[in-house]
Design a protein around this ligand. Structure first.
Ligand code: VLZ
Length: 134
């Protein structure tokens, strides 16, 4: 049985989101707003199908994928760069590789206790986010 990520999750910590956004080339004004946000994630998981909705007062981002099936991601409202994304299980972690213009781009989700973790990677920057159940 895979891990169950289903739920509504609220951001409680966000380490080096600034560095991650700089690596993505997000402009100064947008970064100033974005780093104040406390996004919520609503995750719907059905077998190998995922729907992840990241919402905030400023911007929303929706990602839908199936494990092991590469898809086109547009990163609309983030850096707007298109990439090819592939999500796989690595033990109990959900690992996404985002292949495109930016090196070493991707993310990893996992659960620790009843908390949701997210590591966001771009080039040499790593952002670590922790979410608690709403
Ligand atoms: O998460 O890729 O859960 O896509 C932040 C929205 C969304 C706030 C960050 C606006 C997306 C920021 C992180 C404006 C620059 C992400 C994946 C894993 C699903």
């Amino acid at each position: 049985m895979p891990v169950d990520f289903n739920g509504t999750w609220n951001l409680v910590s966000n380490d080096n989101f600034e560095g991650y956004m700089v690596a993505l080339g997000i402009d100064f004004a947008t970064r100033k707003i974005a780093k104040m946000l406390k996004p919520q994630k609503v995750i719907k998981q059905d077998g190998d199908s995922f729907h992840i909705h990241t919402t905030s007062t400023f911007r929303d981002y929706v990602l839908q994928f199936k494990i092991g099936e590469e898809f086109d991601e547009d990163n609309k409202g983030l850096d707007n760069r298109k990439c090819k994304s592939l999500v796989t299980w690595e033990n109990d972690k959900l690992v996404c590789v985002q292949t495109g213009e930016k090196k070493n781009r991707g993310w990893t989700h996992w659960l620790e206790g009843d908390d949701l973790y997210l590591e966001l990677r771009c080039e040499n920057q790593v952002c670590r986010q922790v979410f608690k159940r709403a």
